[in-house]
Structure formats: structure tokens, C-alpha cells
Design a protein around this ligand. Structure first.
Ligand code: ATP
Ligand code: ATP
Ligand code: MG
Ligand code: MG
Ligand code: MG
Ligand code: MG
Ligand code: MG
Length: 269
């Protein structure tokens, strides 16, 4: 307050360190659920993928994009979500701690706020939390490689988890036996186990699980009817069309060029 501002105590503000993010770089905030292995168990997440939890993760990410400034894309999978601020953002003067903590707390409070929409009567047993980190990427290539890295991680884990839980749930193996069976196997081996032993073609598994969830802003036309009264005229209904933007979800490949060619406005020059 203004009273404190002039006090002899004010010098302590100088102990604050400058954490301004380098200009011209994309600012990425990645969140990850704390101890979600246990959280998933205690809340009876289905294995390998709980769609309620993925829906809640995406709903919370949407809230972050809608409530905070200048986030151009987010990518979520498992218990993690990355948010990319446009490279020219000047929100909170690019202070890393402000950006990161706003993302983390908006996300966490949304996760709790929207819990019921996805889990219904199943109670939330304790307050979950998410860690955050900030990473700067100076080029479009670096940013795309970052997002590719997260999507590749999604793919690798989902392939492993799909085979693992198929061996347990359909193959009758114990979790220890399934782990042993998969030790040292390559992606091709895992695909082969699914295909030859369980008649599952991994490529037909859901895109949500294989690709994760990408959120971007998209423009759309919105027409509303307004009752208008012009001078010397009778009151009448008029259609007003305006361009609005909304958050759109995709479960598609973001490693190749196609997604970026179809949405050229995400990346800046
Ligand atoms: P910013 O996002 O920059 O922090 P702010 O509106 O939160 O903006 P603060 O300087 O943090 O600004 O001030 C918080 C304000 O919230 C107070 O000025 C007051 O109006 C209100 N407020 C907070 N706690 C209380 C409370 N317990 N009782 C009444 N008002 C409160
Ligand atoms: P840390 O606090 O270090 O992040 P963690 O237990 O959260 O520890 P992670 O590597 O983040 O470890 O893994 C998250 C775990 O949460 C997954 O391994 C999985 O067990 C569980 N999990 C997260 N999301 C889902 C989901 N949608 N469906 C099923 N399980 C999930
Ligand atoms: Mg405040
Ligand atoms: Mg305050
Ligand atoms: Mg985690
Ligand atoms: Mg994780
Ligand atoms: Mg576009």
C-alpha cells in the first residue's frame, strides 16, 4: 500500500531478483501433476487412460487460455500441460514467476472447480497440485521441437501402457510379469504383441490417447439478432455478424508440417 511504500522497510523490495524473460523468445510454461501416480490410484483412474481425467485436464487448460493473456497454443497429455505465450507478449513485463504462477494457480483452481463436471458424484479426496517451470525457445524450430518432444513422449508412454495393461487385463499376466515381458522390447515388438496376440492394431487406438490434446485459438463468425431502433424508424430485429475467437481442441499429429501449415497464425516470423 502507499503507506508501506514510503516506509523505512521498503528497501527489502530490492532483494527481489529480476526474472524477466529474454525478449523475442517464446515463453513456455509446463505444468505437471504432483504425485499423480498416487492421485490416479486413489481416484480410481481407469488404466491405461482415464478419459474423465483427460477431459478435466483439457477443461483446465482451456480455462488458462481463456483467463490469461497471450497464450497461443497449449499441449496436454497424462498429468502434464504446456502453455506457449506468443513471443512478443509483454504480460507482467515477461516476469517468469508471474507468468508461471498465474498459469499454475489458474490451472489448479480450475481442476478443482470443474472436477464434478467430469467425475460426477465421485469426490475429490484432497487438493491436488501442479509444479511449473518456464523454458524459453528462441526459434520456431526450437518451439516445434519442444512440442514434438512432448507428443513423442505421449506416444512412447501410451504404446507402453497400452501393451502393459492389455497383457494384464486381457492376457491374465500379473503386473510384474507384464513388466518382465516388456523389458527391452522396441516399438515394433510392442505393436506386434498387440496385433498377433490380441488382434489390436495400435494405429486404430483413440487419437486422444495416442496424440494428446492441442488447444489453439480459432476465429469463427457469430451472428446475433439485436433489436434496434434507428431515429425516425420503427424498432426492428437486425442480424449482426462478428468475428470471434474461441479455443478449439485437436487430437492430431503436431510433429509433421501439416498441422502448422493449416494453422499458420500460431507461429510468428
Ligand atoms: P493485482 O492482480 O495486481 O494483484 P488486485 O486487485 O488483486 O490486483 P491488490 O493490490 O492485490 O490488487 O489488492 C487486493 C484488493 O483486494 C484490495 O485492495 C481489496 O480491495 C481487496 N481485498 C483483498 N482482500 C480483502 C479482504 N479480506 N477484505 C476486503 N477487501 C479485500
Ligand atoms: P511427479 O510428482 O514426479 O510428477 P507423478 O506420480 O505425477 O510424479 P508422472 O511421471 O507425472 O509421475 O506420471 C503421472 C502418472 O499419473 C502416470 O504415470 C499415471 O499413473 C497417472 N495418470 C495421469 N493421468 C492419467 C490418466 N488420464 N489416466 C490414467 N492414469 C493417469
Ligand atoms: Mg492482488
Ligand atoms: Mg495484494
Ligand atoms: Mg506428475
Ligand atoms: Mg507427468
Ligand atoms: Mg489459424
Amino acid at each position: 500500500s502507499s503507506v508501506m511504500a514510503k516506509s523505512k522497510f521498503e528497501y527489502v523490495r530490492n532483494f527481489e531478483t529480476d526474472d524477466t524473460c529474454l525478449r523475442n523468445c517464446y515463453i513456455v510454461v509446463r505444468l505437471d501433476g504432483r504425485n499423480f501416480h498416487k492421485f490416479a490410484e486413489q481416484h480410481k483412474f481407469t488404466k491405461p487412460n482415464d478419459n474423465r481425467a483427460l477431459g478435466l485436464l483439457t477443461r483446465s487448460a482451456r480455462s488458462v487460455m481463456e483467463e490469461l493473456e497471450d497464450i497461443v497454443i497449449s499441449y496436454g497429455q497424462s498429468d502434464e500441460c504446456s502453455f506457449v505465450f506468443k513471443r512478443t507478449t509483454n504480460w507482467f513485463k515477461r516476469r517468469a514467476s508471474k507468468l508461471m504462477t498465474h498459469v499454475a494457480s489458474q490451472f489448479s483452481s480450475s481442476y478443482v472447480f470443474y472436477w464434478k463436471e467430469f467425475f460426477g458424484e465421485q469426490p475429490l479426496l484432497y487438493p491436488p497440485s501442479f509444479d511449473g517451470r518456464v523454458v524459453l525457445y528462441p526459434s520456431n524450430r526450437n518451439l516445434r521441437d519442444y512440442l514434438s518432444w512432448r507428443q513423442a513422449d505421449c506416444h512412447i508412454n501410451n504404446l507402453y501402457n497400452t501393451v502393459f495393461w492389455t497383457l494384464v487385463q486381457k492376457g491374465g499376466l500379473t503386473t510384474a510379469q507384464a513388466e518382465e515381458r516388456l523389458k527391452g522390447t522396441l516399438a515394433a515388438d510392442k505393436n506386434e504383441i498387440l496385433f498377433s496376440e490380441f488382434d489390436i492394431n495400435y494405429n486404430n487406438e483413440s487419437l486422444l490417447h495416442r496424440k494428446g490434446t492441442t488447444l489453439i485459438w480459432e476465429k469463427h463468425e457469430e451472428t446475433v439478432t439485436k433489436r434496434m431502433k434507428l431515429p425516425n424508424e420503427e424498432e426492428k430485429d437486425v442480424n449482426v455478424t462478428r468475428s470471434r475467437k474461441r479455443v478449439q481442441a485437436y487430437h492430431c499429429d503436431i510433429i509433421g508440417d501439416q498441422f502448422w501449415e493449416e494453422h499458420p497464425s500460431i507461429l510468428e516470423d
